[in-house]
Design a protein around this ligand. Structure first.
Ligand SMILES: NC(=O)c1ccc[n+]([C@@H]2O[C@H](COP(=O)([O-])OP(=O)(O)OC[C@H]3O[C@@H](n4cnc5c(N)ncnc54)[C@H](OP(=O)(O)O)[C@@H]3O)[C@@H](O)[C@H]2O)c1
Length: 307
């Protein structure tokens, strides 16, 4: 049997999360069973459990978890993988399980130098960040404003934009400003007059915006700086009428960016260009604590769940 964390209803994680025993998954041709060492928790998981995305009763019990890492437990033929290989799994549905079965295309060997735990929390946010930077075609002449630069997505976006030679300005709480400087960004607080703070901090006019926050304050300040087609957001779904570019991996271009991102992100993790700091690790039995922590103001870093 394999332990799985599911939501038996939509609502408060403490009330609806449950650990169940399910049959061991089986790998057919082209598929792989991965023994999960750790799985990354993301805001999307919290929103799904709370019923923000959908409250369809027919989807219950809800399989949750969008990324994980561990070792290959069984490899179907034609996968090129072997039992014991250290791998990251993304994309996947139901990653919060002792074992998951996935298409081999979603199983990525973890290079030496990258820890399994960091790999478990890298890819979902990382491919999203890569998609934002690629969509804007950020270059050395750009001055990029990143809203939420201390977050899981924002921090990778800062690193990737800076690596392309852009000047990066990033918003965060003041406790995270030294961290942003370490990533190569000019930090700005998101409290107060955001547009004025960005103008004061930017050495030259902003040419592109990556929004990972989605607040009206972030979008309004961005629209004062650049035209809507230079604002990419992964969170401001209520502002589509402003003509900004919204990304969620659903378009062919966005999907292609995200596929292309996986190998360079894992290499960057291995060579230390990108780091994933783990702020807390919780067993499936204590998972509601991690869900509640991520749902409010929380320290920087990823929460991991372990079987
Ligand atoms: N569309 C997609 O494909 C996609 C993919 C992944 C994630 N997302 C979404 O993107 C968002 C960010 O995800 P994440 O994993 O990066 O989250 P995260 O790690 O929790 O980061 C949140 C960031 O937002 C900042 N922040 C918090 N409250 C703020 C406010 N009122 N104003 C401005 N900034 C604020 C935080 O800064 P401080 O902590 O420094 O205050 C932090 O930098 C979530 O809504 C998630 O669902 C979308």
């Amino acid at each position: 049997m394999t332990r799985r964390l599911v939501a038996t209803d939509y609502g408060s994680p403490a009330q609806v999360l449950s650990v169940i025993d399910a049959d061991d998954p089986v790998a057919d041709d082209g598929h792989v069973v991965v023994a999960v060492a750790a799985a990354g928790l993301n805001p999307f998981d919290v929103k799904r459990v709370r019923g923000v995305m959908s409250s369809d009763p027919s989807a219950l019990p809800l399989a949750i978890g969008g990324e994980a890492a561990g070792t290959v437990a069984h490899a179907g033929s034609g996968t090129g993988l072997a039992v014991g290989d250290r791998v990251a799994v993304y994309p996947v549905s139901g990653a919060f399980a002792e074992q998951v079965v996935v298409d081999a295309a979603a199983v990525h060997p973890i290079p030496d130098g990258a820890s399994t735990e960091a790999a478990a929390g890298l890819l979902l946010a990382g491919v999203t960040a890569y998609d934002t930077v690629a969509t804007l075609d950020v270059g050395a002449d750009d001055v990029v404003l990143v809203h939420g630069g201390s977050g899981a997505v924002g921090s990778v976006a800062v690193v990737l934009a800076a690596a392309r030679g852009a000047t990066v300005i990033a918003t965060a709480s003041s406790t995270n400003h030294d961290y942003l400087r370490g990533l190569g960004a000019i930090p700005v607080s998101y409290h107060g007059d955001l547009a004025a703070a960005v103008r004061d901090a930017a050495p030259d006019a902003v040419t592109a915006v990556i929004d990972t926050v989605g607040t009206d304050a972030a979008i309004d300040a961005s629209l004062q700086a650049v035209s809507p087609d230079r604002i990419v957001s992964i969170a401001a779904w209520g502002r589509a009428d402003d003509g900004i570019v919204l990304l969620n991996g659903s378009s062919e271009a966005s999907r292609a960016n995200r596929r292309a991102a996986v190998a360079p992100l894992l290499d960057a993790l291995a060579d230390g260009t990108i780091t994933v700091d783990i702020v807390g690790t919780f067993s499936f039995d204590d998972a509601a604590q991690a869900f509640d922590a991520l749902d409010g103001p929380h320290p920087r870093g990823k929460y991991l769940l372990t079987p």
